[in-house]
Design a protein around this ligand. Structure first.
Ligand code: GLP
Length: 238
C-alpha cells in the first residue's frame, strides 16, 4: 500500500466483506494508532446506512489499573474511536476488564465468552515494535490463553506518547493469548510506518519463535498482512 490512507481503505474492504459474508460475525478488535483509519471508515459506512447491530466484538487487551473512564484505557479508546459512533450493541462489544478484583476469573470468563460466541471470525492485529501482538510480549508461550502480562519497557516507551508521562503507563495488562488469537478463523495484520519496519523485516524472515510473538502467525492458515510503503523501509530484498 502506498500510504496509511490506502492501508486503512484496504483493511476496511477486507474486514467489511467478511462482516457482510457472515450472518452473525464475530470480530476481534485492536487498539493503538494503526486501526484508527479503519474504524473511521466503519463509522462512515454506518453513516451511509449500514448497520452493525448484528456484530459481536472482542478486544485484544486492556491496561490493568485504568478505569473505563480513563482516556488512556482501551475501553475509552474503543468508545471514542468506534463504538459510540455506530449501532453495535453494548452487550456484544467485549473488552477485558483492567480493574477487576479477580483477574484469574476475568481471564477464564473472557476465553469462555469467545468460545460461547462461536469463535472469532476475523481478528485485526497491530504490531508492537518488539513483535508483540495484543500485549503478548516476547517469550509468551504460543499455547497461552487470555492472561495477565508484565509490559516490557520498550512497550511502555512506545506507548508513552498517549500518556502525560511515561511514569503513568501501566506496568501490567490483560491480553488474549497467542493461542486465543491463533484460534481466529481469519487474521489481518496491519503494519504502518517506518518504526515498524525492523519488526516487519524480521517477520518476513519466517523464523518461528516465542521470542518474536508475531512469528506465530506463520503457522496460521489464513493471514493477510497489510503494510504501507514506510513499513517496508528496512525490509531486505531477497
Ligand atoms: C499496543 C497494543 C497492540 C498494538 C500496539 C501497536 O501495544 N496493545 O495491540 O498493536 O500497541 O500500536 P500502534 O498501532 O499505536 O503502533
Amino acid at each position: 500500500m502506498k500510504d496509511y490512507k490506502e492501508l486503512s481503505q484496504k483493511a476496511f474492504e477486507l474486514t467489511q466483506s467478511e462482516i457482510e459474508r457472515i450472518k452473525e460475525p464475530v470480530v476481534g478488535l485492536a487498539t493503538g494508532s494503526t486501526p484508527e483509519g479503519l474504524y473511521q471508515k466503519m463509522i462512515e459506512h454506518y453513516n451511509k446506512g449500514y448497520s452493525y447491530k448484528h456484530l459481536t466484538s472482542f478486544n485484544l487487551d486492556e491496561y490493568i489499573g485504568l478505569e473505563e473512564s480513563d482516556p488512556n484505557s482501551y475501553h475509552y479508546y474503543m468508545n471514542d474511536k468506534l463504538f459510540r459512533h455506530i449501532d453495535i450493541k453494548e452487550e456484544k462489544a467485549h473488552v477485558p476488564s483492567g480493574i477487576t478484583a479477580d483477574f484469574e476469573k476475568e481471564c477464564a470468563s473472557y476465553e469462555q465468552a469467545i468460545k460461547d460466541s462461536g469463535g472469532i471470525d476475523i481478528q485485526l492485529l497491530g504490531l508492537g515494535v518488539n513483535g508483540h501482538i495484543g500485549f503478548n510480549e516476547p517469550g509468551t508461550p504460543f499455547d497461552s490463553q487470555t492472561h495477565v502480562v508484565e509490559l516490557e519497557e520498550s512497550t511502555r516507551d512506545a506507548n508513552a506518547h498517549f500518556f502525560a508521562s511515561k511514569g503513568e503507563v501501566p506496568r501490567k495488562a490483560i491480553s488474549m493469548g497467542i493461542d486465543t488469537i491463533m484460534r481466529s478463523r481469519k487474521i489481518i495484520l496491519l503494519v504502518s510506518g517506518v518504526k515498524k519496519s525492523p519488526a516487519l523485516n524480521k517477520l518476513l524472515t519466517k523464523d518461528v519463535t516465542e521470542r518474536f510473538p508475531v512469528s506465530a502467525l506463520h503457522k496460521h492458515p489464513d493471514v493477510t498482512v497489510i503494510a504501507d510503503e514506510a513499513a517496508f523501509t528496512y525490509v531486505e530484498k531477497k
